[in-house]
Design a protein around this ligand. Structure first.
Ligand code: URA
Length: 254
């Protein structure tokens, strides 16, 4: 007899989706175990149990793959969209995996996004206790005061609590806009936009430049590449050790 584990964990281990998403599927009556509908989240199952999700069998553990995607603007970070908008998964039609985005970027944010079927990687990267540096280039309308830059570095009180320390550096100042690199290691919803909105600044454009050591060098918008096993191992290690990866944006002032 094999060891028993929680149903949501088994679903994510088999690469179907993240543990959190699996919990949602279970509580919305979409999961059967050995033919029986299960709606209890912590339900314990044998590792070799037969699982059906929305009528499809999910017995085979697929290869784990993670892609680094350069997300264009105007694309939803989900598998499907009720409003028929283009999703990040639409770019992966030639890949024979059940992929989903790891975390999210706003519809109007471009840049680095991981897309995977690796439940373990997804759980590690998206877990609230994980400190993975994410660097953004924000184009902010108008000039940004030095005292506000300092406040953004130290932490801002948003409606869901204080933000943690950030690296904030002005890249370019123009008469009508300021380009700012901001590196945060939390993953709250619309965090960068909300941090600037707190001081009444409007972000005209937001691009994620990197997640830890991963950037989109060599990839045009809408293109992707598979992460190497080394890169996957390194990301998992950083998450596990809960280390800041200390990506400090490298750029030259013009
Ligand atoms: N912060 C935002 O405001 N938007 C994103 O898409 C990512 C981080």
């Amino acid at each position: 007899m094999s060891e028993k584990i929680r149903l949501q964990k088994l679903i994510s281990m088999r690469g179907f989706c993240s543990r959190r998403k699996a919990e949602e599927l279970i509580s919305s009556s979409k999961v059967k175990v050995n033919g029986e509908l299960i709606i209890k989240k912590g339900y314990l199952v044998e590792e070799d149990a037969k699982i059906e999700i929305e009528g499809f069998e999910n017995n085979v553990e697929t290869d784990k793959v993670t892609f680094l995607f350069n997300k264009p603007l105007g694309v939803v970070s989900s598998v499907k969209d009720d409003r028929g908008r283009k999703t990040v998964i639409d770019f992966f039609k030639n890949e024979n995996y059940r992929l989903y985005p790891v975390g999210r970027l706003d519809y109007n944010t471009s840049g680095v996004l991981l897309v995977s079927n690796d439940g373990e990687l997804t759980n590690l990267v998206t877990h609230p206790s994980t400190h993975l540096n994410k660097c953004y280039l924000a184009t902010v309308e108008g000039k940004v005061k030095e005292k506000d830059l300092q406040a953004l570095r130290n932490g801002v009180l948003l409606e869901d609590g204080m933000t943690q320390k950030a690296i904030v550096e002005v890249f370019k100042e123009k008469p009508y806009e300021t380009l700012i690199f901001i590196t945060i290691h939390e993953g709250r919803n619309r965090q960068v936009r909300r941090m600037f909105e707190h001081f009444s600044y409007h972000i005209k454009n937001l691009n994620r430049e990197s997640i830890a050591f991963l950037n989109v060098k060599g990839l045009k918008r809408g293109e992707y590449r598979k992460l190497t096993q080394n890169e996957v191992d390194k990301i998992k290690l950083i998450c596990r050790e809960n280390k800041k990866s200390n990506v400090i944006p490298t750029y030259k002032k013009k």
